[in-house]
Design a protein around this ligand. Structure first.
Ligand SMILES: [Zn+2]
Length: 377
């Protein structure tokens, strides 16, 4: 057995370093097979959509096995503007088994109040609305005081959490177009944020933070890029932003200073590709939580490692979607987490493998952890 593996690796090495590899003209050998050019050489990566011949069970899960609290959705992404929009969303939630959705309003002031009224006015038990950070005039000496005052005001109007607040490198809640020069950007570990994080703890408000991004964003767009062209707009390689590692280091510095505040780092903390590294963070900081939103592909490509991770960190991982509000989207999550289906079509290149989570763990991720962290008990 060992011999076969060695031969295969040796022949692959020869191919990779053979002159003319990839030119489409010369035949090369890969794993002993002669590879020749043909019509597939002109197919664009973005059009790659192989049809699988694999015959395996495809389980349809229309409704989650237990009631679900979705801790990550956006009013803007879900296009929630009118009472009719809210009604339609609640009908979908009923159908698929979502008891409550946390809605990030991305707003402060009157814009927050309008959304709070729209969602809580109609369905106070089906939604939580979270406010944003008032980041106007961050250089002014009264920035912290104003940010805290607006937080207290929004809390009185119904805000039950803060977020999602994002720093992919351009600064907190900033982007490439409006970013300040590198040294002036607001970071989560900036002393100007200290009073705000402490006020979140005083008011018992959890915070959802998106720090850094998927690590592939810092790798060049090209043949070695891990994620498909659908994600290239998120790429940061060569841009005027700190490295992935620097951004995560800021997260550690902030957590060291603010032990009382509950921080949910969304998208598995952008470390779903390395559950060992994520585990070290969760071990160090008991007030750190993660949500699984928009990381279906990290979960589905490593079902055994991810199941072990979820078991070990039961009580620290929350369910969230961040992928719109289509019925099929929710049902895709149920299939991924509840079934043993294999080779489930995914949205990058990677087919997913169902985790077949057991009842206590599923209940914890779907609902019980959120009841604790979101003060719903
Ligand atoms: Zn989000």
């Amino acid at each position: 057995m060992r011999k076969i593996v060695c031969i295969a690796i040796a022949s692959l090495t020869i191919v990779l370093f053979a002159p003319g590899f990839g030119s489409g003209q010369e035949a090369v050998r890969k794993f002993g097979i002669e590879v020749k050019g043909g019509p597939m050489d002109s197919v664009l990566l973005k059009d790659y959509a192989p049809e699988s011949s694999l015959v395996v069970p495809r389980t349809f899960v229309g409704k989650a096995r237990f009631p679900v609290i979705d801790v990550h959705s956006h009013s803007s992404m879900n296009n929630i503007k009118t009472r009719a929009d809210v009604d339609a969303w609640v009908r979908t939630m009923d159908e698929v088994g979502v008891e409550m959705s946390v809605v990030f309003t991305n707003a402060t002031g009157a814009a927050f109040d309008r959304q709070a009224e729209l969602l809580l006015g109609s369905y106070p038990k089906r939604f939580q609305v979270w406010c944003s950070l008032d980041r106007s005039n961050i250089e002014a000496p009264d920035f912290s005081r104003r940010a805290v005052a607006e937080l207290e005001r929004a809390y009185k109007k119904g805000a039950r959490g803060v977020g999602e607040l994002t720093d992919k490198g351009w600064g907190l809640e900033a982007n490439e177009r409006n970013a300040k020069p590198r040294g002036q950007r607001l970071r989560i570990d900036d002393p100007r944020m200290d009073a705000f994080w402490e006020k979140c703890a005083d008011l018992d408000l959890p915070v959802n933070l998106h720090i850094a991004d998927h690590p592939s964003c810092w790798r060049p767009l090209g043949a070695q890029q891990e994620r498909s062209p659908d994600f290239q707009a998120f790429n940061l390689a060569g841009k005027d932003v700190p490295s992935y590692e620097e951004l995560l280091a800021g997260r550690e510095r902030m957590l060291e200073r603010h032990r009382r505040t509950r921080f949910i780092f969304c998208h598995l903390g952008n470390q779903g590709n390395d559950t060992a590294a994520l585990s070290r963070m969760l071990d160090r900081f008991p007030n750190m939580y993660v949500d699984v939103s928009a990381r279906d592909y990290e979960i589905g490509r490593q079902p055994r490692a991810m199941r072990a991770f979820l078991e070990r960190y039961r009580g620290r991982v929350l369910f969230g979607t961040d992928m719109g509000k289509d019925k099929g989207m929710y049902q895709g999550w149920w299939r991924l987490l509840e079934t043993a289906d294999e080779y489930i079509p995914g949205r990058i290149w990677w087919p997913y493998y169902g985790l077949e989570l057991g009842e206590p763990l599923l209940k914890s991720i779907y609902r019980d952890t959120a009841l604790q962290v979101l003060n719903l008990k």
